[in-house]
Design a protein around this ligand. Structure first.
Ligand SMILES: Nc1ncnc2c1ncn2[C@@H]1O[C@H](COP(=O)(O)OP(=O)(O)OP(=O)(O)O)[C@@H](O)[C@H]1O
Ligand SMILES: [Mg+2]
Length: 285
């Protein structure tokens, strides 16, 4: 192995290699290879049904691939149980918000942070009694703009706050790899800016794979992009390169030439263009 290949391997924190996932007759993941670099700001984009969530489910162990391998920090984790992957530093958020509705943000975070500190089943004892845990919770509440609502039941929180809490929970697990599945989905326009800024301010040493339809977020966040179509990697590259790729425009917009200027500005929201052509649009399911 040459020195440069060895260095590349060290650079890669998470590697999906030739992943295939079949559901009966549907190939949701078709020989996907994707490498997440250390400290990455990597976006995974593609139309509805492209297989983005399926890929996250494979990476996190919710699904077992039909074929292929998953390597985390040089260790083959293809058959490792989901909770053990979390233990190894790979954490996700969900496309559809999943939270404990009757707990408050403070209680929820105390529970997760306590778990990290081995207090697991007795998390309520940490409420106010463990300085280390209290401090970490306060820090997370602040970082995720949740301090003002920390004592309200999660079910009454605005959706943007719920999404922030979900990312806070993920970060409370002290991940090295964070997989974000559409963090902005369903968040009203007025609450989005706070979320975008918070995602942008996530710790640089956490390697992040972001799935998102919101192109404002994708292009402001990512340094590298992978485009998935029909379960297959269409192309990969830096944002500017992807924005100028006529195949990508065709997939998203049916016909690309008319919107060159928009995409060259790299702030285009592909969602705002009505679905056209066979590839389908970006209206969320
Ligand atoms: N458990 C399952 N059983 C059968 N088919 C599935 C299952 N999960 C996903 N699929 C199919 O796999 C394909 C990819 O779905 P997936 O949810 O991964 O797409 P996606 O890119 O996340 O889409 P979206 O942008 O709408 O979230 C779709 O055709 C979907 O219907
Ligand atoms: Mg999805």
């Amino acid at each position: 192995m040459s020195a440069s290949i060895a260095m590349n391997a060290e650079d890669t924190v998470l590697s999906a290699q030739g992943l295939v996932m079949r559901f009966g007759g549907i190939t949701a993941t078709n020989n996907v290879t994707l490498n997440l670099k250390r400290g990455a700001r990597h976006a995974l984009i593609g139309p509805n049904g492209a297989g983005k969530t399926t890929l996250i489910n494979l990476l996190t162990g919710v699904l077992q691939p039909t074929e292929g391998k998953i390597i985390l920090d040089g260790v083959d984790i293809t058959t490792l149980a989901p909770h053990k992957r979390v233990g190894r530093g790979m954490v996700r958020t969900f496309q559809i918000n999943q939270l404990f509705d009757t707990l408050t943000p403070l209680e929820t975070l105390t529970m997760v942070v306590s778990q990290r500190h081995g207090l697991g089943g007795q998390w309520w004892r940490a409420l106010g009694s463990s300085k280390k845990i209290t401090e970490r919770c306060e820090q997370l509440l602040q970082q995720f703009h949740l301090t003002a609502v920390m004592d309200q039941q999660t079910r009454v929180l605005a959706y943007g706050k719920r999404r922030l809490l979900e990312i806070a929970i993920a970060l409370a697990c002290e991940p090295r790899v964070l997989l974000l599945d559409e963090p902005v989905a369903g968040v009203p326009a007025g609450e989005r800016e706070e979320l975008l800024q918070t995602v942008a301010a996530l710790p640089p040493d956490v390697s992040i794979l972001l799935i998102e339809h919101d192109m404002d977020l994708v292009f402001s966040f990512s340094k590298f992009m992978t485009v998935l179509v029909n379960g297959t990697v269409l192309t990969e590259g830096e944002p500017q390169q992807i924005a100028n790729d006529s195949r990508v425009k065709t997939v998203y917009l049916g016909h690309g030439d008319e919107i060159n200027d928009d995409l060259n500005g790299m702030g285009a929201d592909f969602n705002t263009v009505p679905p056209q052509g066979e590839a389908g649009g970006l209206t969320r399911g």
